[in-house]
Design a protein around this ligand. Sequence first.
Ligand code: SF4
Ligand code: SF4
Length: 313
Amino acid sequence: MLDRIDKYMIKGNIVNIQRFSLHDGPGIRTTVFFKGCPLNCVWCHNPESKLKDIELAYYRELCIDCGNCKDICTMGCHTISGGAHHIGRKNCVVCGKCVNACPKSALEMIGSESPASEILTETLKDRAFYNNSGGGITLSGGEPLYQPEFALELLKLSKENGLHTCLETSGFTGYKNLERMIPYTDLFLYDWKETKENLHKKFTGFSNNLIHENLLKLDKAGAKTILRCPVIPKYNDREQHYIGIAELSKKLANIVEINLLPYHTLGSSKCESIGRAYPLSSLPSLSDEEKKKRTNIIQRITDRKLLWVDHNM
Ligand code: SF4
Ligand code: SF4
């Protein structure tokens, strides 16, 4: 089947390809992180995938202030004085010269344009692991459906090559985009961030009406879903929201399970590296006992399978 790969030349912007993922669907998987997302979740843990465009990241802890980047940048973006390294990102044309000149890998270009065929070739390297574990490829991000043509080609290619496919999505897109993916997607990892519409708007910038409607349509069309619910203390960690998750799951005939995803702070350092402010101050993590309480609220209402999925582990 690999001889058909060259027929597909659609390119997409991706952040990275992560091999041996254990939390993005069943078995061992390769997760492809798409670049670009239309939502503005305050707790975003992948801020580097928010913008579609390529960005420059800077890791202070690796920098030795050698000044190579300052010397090579023709746009005058780097200034180093008194131990402080400032990057004037407004003038940056993301040429990458400073990245190549840095001896300590303290600079990195986030994002690259890759053809679907190249990503598939990379993914197929781990076919033996997928076969043994029931794994496959997962499209994540960012929001894969922000680049629908590219997502579709990658899913098609993956199916043609016998891979199990998962698509993680916020569902914030026109239904047509979702509908086109159904024949090539074995499992949708569908985000459900907040039940109450006004709070959803406050936390993500947009209403959840479209997301809710799309989920019901997807289910009606027979698509299998896992409901993925980030748990953010002081934000959506409310009894009413857990009741909402349980009630929503009862409406879905083809739901496989509910996943609760504990908050983690990775977004904070990532924001710093790309020069963006992180809107959350440190939030508490839930103890096992507190998690059990949340689990019980849901399980009082539904017997759907429920798992806590911690990306930090
Ligand atoms: S990517 Fe290019 S323009 Fe941007 S800071 Fe580096 S050298 Fe300057
Ligand atoms: S080239 Fe790298 S190590 Fe040297 S000052 Fe620039 S970022 Fe720091």
